[in-house]
Design a protein around this ligand. Structure first.
Ligand SMILES: [Zn+2]
Length: 138
């Protein structure tokens, strides 16, 4: 059983209880979570002090023989793609779930908005941004 905090469009805060993370996600996506005060289903999840625990693979394993920063970044990105699971847009939720022990602990990468990354960092979840070198050089 997990408890998750929510806030509706009228700023009512409430807590919901779910069997597990999957149940929470299904109910959120099905708009089955309603504010107990005004019955609004326009609720957003209020994240509590949950931070990620994914054991970061040791970036030191990347050979430091090449002094070229771009090559180092490319090597790091390649390392992540080879060793981390791509969870796409689910990254923020997955990172929190893993940190909270609601999902199997593993290395993941995916997409998050800069705001989401900021929120994760504020909650103590160590997020490593992937720099798109190809993009930067174009
Ligand atoms: Zn409400």
């Amino acid at each position: 059983m997990i408890s998750i905090d929510f806030e509706c469009g009228r700023c009512h805060r409430f807590e919901g209880y779910f069997k597990d993370y999957q149940a929470f996600k299904a109910q959120l996506e099905g708009k089955l979570i309603a504010c107990p005060l005004c019955e609004s289903t326009e609720v957003t999840r209020k994240y509590t002090g949950c931070s990620i625990q994914a054991k970061s693979s040791d970036p030191a394993k990347i050979e430091k023989q090449n002094p070229n920063l771009f090559d180092t970044i490319k090597a790091f990105n390649r390392f992540v793609r080879d060793h981390f699971e791509n969870v796409g847009r689910d990254f923020t939720d997955m990172a929190r779930a893993i940190h909270c022990g609601l999902d199997e602990e593993r290395n993941i990468y995916g997409e998050a908005s800069s705001e989401e990354v900021k929120d994760l960092l504020e909650d103590g979840i160590s997020v490593m941004p992937l720099i798109d070198v190809e993009d930067m050089m174009n």
